[in-house]
Design a protein around this ligand. Sequence first.
Ligand code: SAM
Ligand code: SF4
Length: 349
Amino acid sequence: MTSTSLPTPWVRPPDGVPGGGGLVDRHGRVATDLRVSLTDRCNLRCSYCMPPEGLAWLPKVEVLSDEEIARLVRIGVEQLGIREVRFTGGEPLLRPGLVGIVAAAAALHPRPEVSLTTNAIGLARVAPALAAAGLDRINVSLDTLDPERFRQLAHRDRLDDVLAGLRAAKDAGLTPVKVNAVLLRGINEADAVPLLDFCLAHGYQLRFIEQMPLDAHHAWTRGEMVTAEAILEQLSAAHTLVPDHEERGSAPAERWLVDGGPATVGVIASVTRAFCGACDRTRLTADGQVRNCLFAREESDLRTPMREGASDDELAERWRIATLGKLPGHGIDDPSFLQPTRPMSAIGG
Ligand code: SAM
Ligand code: SF4
């Protein structure tokens, strides 16, 4: 794991670096959307993310406490212009303090939008508490409706738990419930239409995500991935799709109205139609490292200075400096592209 070598204790930022303001990079992008990974652990083993045997989990002492997470989120919102906070992982529902972490984020001023990305295992139990704590929106990952393919893809027999979690999210008012699906060649590539029909029937908003080179095995290949074009071709064979011209802004999903609307389907073509130029994300890993991009090969440590007594201002300045060096694009198509050392589960998707 590489880390930028910011010395501790904190030193003044280099000349030309503003001593205040938001998270601006050298290409003029401003990060306002914070993704916080609450744990690197997970109870599934989706093959595009984690190996069946699991990974060497972060030692507990390295994982931020609930209070440390709440503090960094507060600094992001109060000092750095963060307007959306999404909790993810690993599987964020495995974090015992999740409801309190959500409540702390939702109590901030200005109030950020607070959301969660989850595999929904166990959500049936906690959805009402999460909604009461102030959770605004939820994304549930679901790649197939076939129990056997689910087991093959995620190495666990938990489809029923996911479906129960989805229902509970809707019942708790966490709407519109979004469903994220990744298609893998030879496993669930034919599931696009059944997933869309299911989401249309239940009022869930479906978005397909192109598989990215973030698997622990480094087995991803450009030639094997199911492209946005292939997904749209399948969907168009069963439904009429018309581009939804509502302003996309920095939202990664391109959307289509299905059969005249109002239902839509989204495709996040992170690989074949990259949207790095409009990226407004910044990421915090479960062990307190700032990543300015999913594909960054460098991280900036906030945990060590925080535990050594750094002030809010010092931590905010470190976060700004970490943002400055964000690369213009992920470079997946570049022959020199190198996959990040951490897989998706340890970065926070
Ligand atoms: N465990 C939670 C879940 O699955 O929703 C949250 C963490 S997961 C890493 C977040 C999202 O990343 C999921 O929607 C998952 O499908 C997606 N994801 C994981 N690995 C991916 C990859 N290699 N390419 C594209 N999406 C990926
Ligand atoms: Fe777990 Fe989510 Fe990765 Fe699947 S995608 S293994 S549910 S972290």
